[in-house]
Design a protein around this ligand. Sequence first.
Ligand SMILES: [Zn+2]
Length: 66
Amino acid sequence: MQNKTRLCPYCNEEISPGALMCKHCHAPLMKKPKPKPPFWCGQYMLGVYSGVLFMILVIYIFNKVF
Ligand SMILES: [Zn+2]
């Protein structure tokens, strides 16, 4: 038996493997869940660098003033 069809996870009816939407219950079927875009990582690193730069600036100003 060949795996030409698969079952809809929502209504358990047979659907074609390449279907993006179930023809029975019209549920959206994702082939592969997209991986999380790592934009938050960049923003986090930007925040860390900004914090470090700010601290260096504060220390520099304190050394100048005092
Ligand atoms: Zn379905």
